[in-house]
Design a protein around this ligand. Structure first.
Ligand SMILES: Nc1ncnc2c1ncn2[C@@H]1O[C@H](COP(=O)(O)OP(=O)(O)O)[C@@H](O)[C@H]1O
Ligand SMILES: [Mg+2]
Length: 340
């Protein structure tokens, strides 16, 4: 495989990790360009954490090879470790210490002198919106604050490659946005980020390229544009005034080009999956769908235009869902909808 001059932060070939009879990572080939955010998208149990742990030298691959900035993760583990950071792993915060104490202590452990450690700590607390919480114990932090301090701890020394393993899972939309802004700022400083996520919109917001993994295998890889072109542009979720009109609405929508209709559990709700092309955006298609329903005399009480969920991506790519259809997603927030 190539060396550091290849411009790749990560390069793997046939990477495998087995636990008993589970092939957690089952022959993964990845090429992550340096200086970018690379998204690894997959449901629970897909093998994301196992792959990250091998790349971060915490777990030994059973087969295949992986290089980080040209260094083999097994034979040159020290060189790799010197250049990477993994949130919540190398730098884990102490619940009983305050935010400021944690960062200052970790900076001291990394070899900074006392004044430099305090300076770096203050700088990061300010950058992460934690100045006010600096003198509070971590155990009293909210989930979003906790995630931010974890990331702060992992970039005390600016790493060349930062692994963020599901940095926003379980966070509310506002906290997610704060974490996203932090990731953008980290990359702007030249760090490569490997981000794992269960949310397509998160990969879409942050990543230049995305690998979709399922059961230890990469099932799709490309730029976000390529990925979206292969899975569709999203969906219109509709709620009708009268349940009795749903069959009519379904017929009207099926008559439109490029819409795949799905009936939801709720008797007044249905979803049309859109397959937008260059000249025909998802918004235009959604507008056409609403107009057609209006012409048919069907009253729509509420609609929202959503990006494809991970489940829809999986359905499009594999013909099966993630097996986590009931999983709450930040995309499902009804406040995002538009009353019709
Ligand atoms: N230490 C372990 N021992 C046994 N099985 C494991 C271990 N770590 C992960 N697995 C299994 O490997 C698969 C992939 O897990 P993981 O890499 O954690 O996926 P993800 O991070 O995508 O949710 C799962 O089936 C999981 O149960
Ligand atoms: Mg995981």
């Amino acid at each position: 495989m190539s060396t550091e001059t290849s411009g790749l932060a990560i390069e793997t070939a046939g990477l495998v990790k087995t636990f008993g009879t589970t092939r957690a990572v089952d022959g993964v080939d990845l090429r992550v360009p340096a200086g970018t955010v690379y998204g690894v998208l997959g449901p629970n149990g897909a093998g994301k954490t196992t792959a990250v742990r091998m790349l971060a030298t915490l777990l030994r691959p059973d087969a295949g090879e992986a290089r980080v900035f040209g260094h083999d993760v097994v034979r040159e583990a020290d060189e790799v470790r010197a250049r990477v950071s993994l949130t919540g792993q190398y730098a884990s915060v102490d619940e009983d210490l305050t935010g400021a104490e944690n960062l200052t202590l970790l900076a001291r452990l990394l070899g900074h002198g006392r004044p430099a450690a305090r300076r770096r700590s203050e700088q990061l607390l300010a950058a992460f919106g934690l100045t006010e919480a600096a003198s509070r114990q971590i155990k009293h932090y909210s989930g979003g604050m906790r995630r931010r301090i974890d990331i702060a701890a992992s970039i005390l020394n600016t790493p060349d490659l930062l692994f963020l393993d599901e940095p926003t899972t379980g966070l509310d939309p506002r906290s997610r946005n704060q974490v996203w802004n932090i990731v953008r700022a980290v990359v702007a400083q030249g760090t490569t980020v490997l981000l794992t996520t269960q949310y397509l919109d998160e990969a879409d917001q942050l990543a230049s390229r995305i690998a979709v993994i399922d059961r230890g295998k990469v099932i799709a890889e490309g730029t976000k544009g390529e990925l979206k072109a292969s899975v569709g542009a999203g969906s219109v979720h509709l709620r009708l005034r009268e349940a009795g009109r749903r069959a009519d609405a379904e017929r009207v929508l099926r008559g439109l080009p490029a819409a795949e209709v799905q009936l939801d559990g709720d008797p007044v709700a249905l979803t049309a999956r859109l397959t937008a092309t260059a000249g025909d955006s998802a918004a235009e298609q959604a507008a056409r769908a609403l107009a057609a329903l209006t012409r048919a005399g069907i009253t729509v009480d509420h609609f929202s235009l959503g990006q494809p969920s991970l489940d829809e991506v999986f359905l499009a790519l594999t013909g099966h869902g993630t097996g986590q259809e009931g999983l709450p997603s930040p995309d499902d927030d009804p406040k995002d909808g538009v009353a019709a």
